[in-house]
Design a protein around this ligand. Structure first.
Ligand SMILES: Nc1ncnc2c1ncn2[C@@H]1O[C@H](COP(=O)(O)OP(=O)(O)O)[C@@H](O)[C@H]1O
Ligand SMILES: [Mg+2]
Length: 429
């Protein structure tokens, strides 16, 4: 029993996970046909890696997943290079993790050979013997890498101290070489086919500088492998900055920019979910309420879905059921007013903190600490202290800049506080 079945739905229509690589995922993806086409065209037509830039929650991962899903379905050797997505999204969050990340990639390629082995064979590609692949996959070193260890996490050292040594030894050892040979033999002549890999959330590497450095580090290894084509994805300019690095010139395509879905598309996205999951119930947040929330939250799809879900829980907790859409809208309005007043009354925020939030809102939701003068502060330090005060209350998030933390953006709760502070005016883009 879930709250969704009480509302007359098979599951949450407000799920914030990125869309799955399935027919359902494809039906739910709205308004990104051009992006998907661009992504596939770049992959098919260039030997450079593809980059994607766009704010967190706008839908980057979803569109890559669906593009990959289509590529996999349309694998048609006659029409161009064979593009085989490795169904895994990689991340690098700390500089130290680069080596381990590489190891994980080689492992995934070996898995790719297992997954696509029969098809590759059918199409006449020269594939490694599965016996050999399996031998590697079951070797103790590889098992230690995959044994629940997240490449992304720095927590590696704590729980599995020995696997780090084992893994770095592994990285220098035979598997990368073996896997590279498999790829060279299989995709011959070079460019006739490759595995498509996704490096997602590059912004998790605190600054653009470290993101660029990480990419430079893998430039001569996995980024120069003819059997691999990367889709590198990030927010807040990190990918754009990295792509502009002279050392990466010619390796990375100019970024595909992903903007927030326009209002009409966002509403269609919601309607697609309602159609997909409804068993005849009235959604807690329908198109009218969704429009309202999407505007308040500055067209951030993930944050909007999240608030829809929060509201649904509240509605259910209050035991309200059987209301129609207009009643739900009225309830959503009072819930939002109450919630945003709560955030706006937060006693831990000083007057200067509030005025920074307001000025950021007027500035489109961001601020750069270099602009302290414009924001009425005497120096970077003072401005940063007030931004941190807002950050501690989850009203803003610090954003990475070229030299480390030097910017901030308003978080969803910050937009709600602002909603209350501005007399419930919906901020227009
Ligand atoms: N084009 C779209 N159509 C419908 N839903 C989308 C679309 N893009 C994203 N979503 C939904 O929005 C949320 C955020 O998408 P996601 O791809 O994870 O964003 P990002 O990777 O940019 O942070 C997810 O719940 C996803 O299902
Ligand atoms: Mg993502």
């Amino acid at each position: 029993m879930t709250i969704w079945s009480d509302f007359g739905f098979t599951q949450s229509p407000y799920d914030t996970e990125s869309l799955p690589p399935t027919a359902t995922g494809e039906r739910l993806l709205v308004g990104r046909e051009r992006h998907v086409a661009r992504l596939i065209n770049r992959l098919a037509s260039s030997s450079s890696h593809v980059t994607i830039e766009g704010e967190a929650g706008v839908g980057k991962t979803s569109l890559i997943t669906i593009a990959n899903y289509r590529m996999k379905r349309n694998t048609d050797k006659a029409r161009g290079p064979l593009m085989l997505p490795l169904g895994e999204e990689f991340q690098i969050t700390t500089q130290d993790a680069v080596k381990l990340f590489e190891a994980k990639v080689y492992r995934a390629i070996a898995e790719g050979f297992i997954r696509y082995g029969d098809e590759l064979h059918e199409w006449g590609y020269d594939t490694p013997k599965m016996k050999d692949v399996n031998k590697w996959m079951n070797s103790p070193v590889l098992r230690s890498i995959s044994g629940g260890v997240s490449v992304a996490g720095i927590g590696l050292a704590g729980s599995k101290g020995e696997s780090i040594n084992a893994s770095s030894a592994f990285a220098e050892s035979g598997l990368p070489k073996t896997v590279r040979n498999w790829m060279r033999t299989c995709f011959d002549p070079p460019g006739c086919g490759y595995f498509v890999c996704v490096l997602d959330n590059l912004e998790l590497l605190i600054s653009s500088a470290s993101a660029r450095q990480a990419l430079e580090e893998i430039r001569d290894t996995i980024l120069s492998e003819p059997g691999l084509r990367w889709v590198i994805c990030g927010a807040r300019g990190v990918v754009r900055t990295a792509a502009a690095s002279p050392r990466l010139q010619g390796r990375l395509c100019h970024p595909i920019e992903v903007e927030p879905l326009p209002m009409d598309d966002a509403i269609r996205a919601l309607e697609a979910r309602i159609t997909e999951y409804s068993r005849g119930g009235t959604p807690p947040v329908g198109p009218i309420g969704f429009r309202y929330l999407y505007e308040i939250l500055k067209c951030n799809l993930r944050n909007t879905l999240q608030k829809c879900e929060d509201f649904s829980f509240w509605l259910h907790d209050e035991g309200i059921s059987g209301a129609d859409e207009l009643e739900h809208v009225a309830l959503l309005e009072s819930w939002l007013t109450f919630l945003s007043d709560e955030y706006a009354k937060n006693p831990s925020i000083s007057t200067k903190g509030w005025s920074l939030l307001d000025d950021m809102a007027d500035n489109g939701g961001t601020c750069n600490f270099d602009d302290f003068g414009i924001f009425g502060f005497s120096g970077v330090g003072e401005m940063k202290r007030h931004a941190e005060e807002l950050e501690r209350q989850n009203l803003v998030e610090m954003a990475p800049g070229d030299t480390g933390i030097d910017a901030a953006v308003i978080a969803p709760n910050g937009w709600l506080a602002r909603f209350s502070r501005s007399g419930y005016r919906i901020p227009r883009q």
